[in-house]
Design a protein around this ligand. Structure first.
Ligand SMILES: C[S@@+](CC[C@H](N)C(=O)[O-])C[C@H]1O[C@@H](n2cnc3c(N)ncnc32)[C@H](O)[C@@H]1O
Length: 235
C-alpha cells in the first residue's frame, strides 16, 4: 500500500471544505471559460478538482461531459457529495495528476486550478498532453513567482504548502513547450478578485486556525514575490 503524505496546508483545506481554493476564485474561472468554445459535446477534465466547484459549474452551465480527479480522499468525497446533491453527472476519480487512469486523446479541455505546484510538473504535463485530443486546450491558473527567492524563503514556502518547486513565468513556458504544447498564452488577472470563503466553526481543531493564519502570513510577507498567471495552450 502506498502511503501519501499531504502537507498540513492541503489537509487543512480539505477539512475546512473551502468551496474553491484558487486565486481569482470561481469568478475568474467563469470569465476564462466564457472565452473558450465549450459545448454539450465537450469532454473536460479538471485535475486536482478539490471540492468540485469548477467541475460542477462546467457541467451545469454548459452541459459538458466533465470528469474531476483529485489525490486527496476528503476532497474526492466532498466532490462526490456535491455532484450527488446537485444531481450532476460528473465523474470523480481519486488519482494523482502524475498518473491518470484515463485513455489517450480523450479530452477537449483540461484544466488545473492551483494544482501543478504540488506535483512533479514534467510528469503531470506529460499526462495532460497524452489525455488531450489533438488541438485540445489546456488551461491553468497556477502559482508563479515574480522573482527568484532566497534559499531560506523558498524552503519556507515549499515546506509549508508541500510544493514540488517554485516556478517563474519563463519556467512555465519552458515546461509547457517541453511537454509539446503550442500557442502558449500567459495572462495576468488584474480585475477579478476573490475572498476565500472560509467556514470556521466553533468545534474546529485549533491547528486548522494556526495553519490558515500561517497561510495568510506567508501571503502578506511575500506579496511582491508570489503571484499567479493564467496559462492557456493547445496540443
Ligand atoms: C489549492 S487546492 C485547489 C483545488 C481546486 N482546483 C480549486 O480550485 O478549488 C489543490 C488541490 O490539488 C490536489 N492535489 C495535490 N496534489 C495532487 C496530485 N498529485 N494529484 C491530484 N491532485 C492533487 C489537492 O488535493 C487539492 O484538492
Amino acid at each position: 500500500m502506498v502511503i501519501i503524505q499531504y502537507s498540513k496546508y492541503l489537509d487543512s483545506l480539505s477539512k475546512l471544505g473551502i468551496e474553491g481554493a484558487h486565486p481569482g476564485g470561481i469568478n475568474l474561472t467563469k470569465a476564462i471559460f466564457k472565452r473558450e468554445n465549450i459545448s454539450r459535446n465537450s469532454h473536460i477534465l479538471d485535475i486536482g478538482c478539490g471540492t468540485g466547484q469548477t467541475a460542477a459549474y462546467l457541467a451545469r452551465k454548459y452541459g459538458a461531459k466533465v470528469t474531476g480527479i483529485d489525490i486527496h480522499p476528503t476532497m474526492v468525497a466532498r466532490a462526490e457529495r456535491r455532484m450527488q446533491k446537485h444531481r450532476l453527472p460528473v465523474k470523480i476519480i481519486q488519482a494523482s495528476a502524475e498518473k491518470i487512469p484515463l485513455p489517450d486523446n480523450h479530452f477537449d479541455f483540461i484544466i488545473s486550478e492551483s494544482v501543478l505546484s504540488f506535483v512533479n510538473k514534467p510528469r503531470a504535463l506529460k499526462e495532460i498532453f497524452r489525455l488531450l485530443k489533438n488541438r485540445g486546450r489546456f488551461i491553468a491558473i497556477e502559482q508563479t513567482i515574480n522573482q527568484r527567492l532566497k534559499e531560506k524563503e523558498e524552503h519556507e514556502i515549499k515546506q509549508f504548502y508541500g510544493f514540488d518547486s517554485l516556478t517563474m513565468k519563463k519556467d512555465w513556458v519552458a515546461l509547457l513547450k517541453q511537454a509539446g504544447f503550442e500557442h502558449i498564452r500567459i495572462q495576468k488577472n488584474t480585475s477579478i478578485h476573490s475572498v476565500p470563503d472560509l467556514h470556521y466553526s466553533n468545534d474546529m481543531e485549533p491547528e486548522l486556525y494556526e495553519i490558515m493564519e500561517k497561510h495568510f502570513d506567508i501571503l502578506s510577507r511575500y506579496e511582491e514575490k508570489l503571484g499567479y498567471r493564467i496559462y492557456s495552450c493547445t496540443k
